[in-house]
Design a binder for this molecule. Sequence first.
Ligand SMILES: [Zn+2]
Ligand SMILES: [Zn+2]
Length: 193
Amino acid sequence: MTTCPKCDHETLVKTAELGDIPLDVCPGCHGIWFDKGELEALLKQSQGDVPAGFDLISPKPDVLGCPRCRTKMSRGGLVNPLLLVDKCEACGGVWLDQRELALVQKLLGLSGGAEGVRVERPAPAPAAPEEKGSPVLKYALALAAFMGLVLVSYELYVYFSPAGSVEREFSAAMTAFGALLLVGGVFGTLKFK
Ligand SMILES: [Zn+2]
Ligand SMILES: [Zn+2]
């Protein structure tokens, strides 16, 4: 779930409309988020070689927060000083609003219907059905819990037995493994009851 940096309540929707590059588009303002490398890949198609992780031209602090990592982005020129975009210096992603995208296309002579990149808000996900484990899973979890209990008990028995009375050495690793089985099994059983 990635929130649009401009619209508080919009979640970016994945689309694959620009060539084969998956983009995140806001259904509200139709801005587009390019993860690091995606914009470069797109520019490469029209401009030839574009350095990966390019720097903005005279970047200034931006009011928009990065939709991925929440860092405040920088606003500066992309390839051309007139082409102002928002870039996150932390994760390398770039945000283009709809107007900027049209400019990018014009200035760089990009083809491909980027102007038409629009997405519908996805229908709200239906309430998740109650999680029900299959009977096999339930038995497996219960069995894991039981095995864990046996394992831990046995290791504790070995641990507290007087030295030499038991053939085996106490193993912390086996105890931890048993405890893991026990806890995992119990939690799983409770979750899928
Ligand atoms: Zn938006
Ligand atoms: Zn970021």
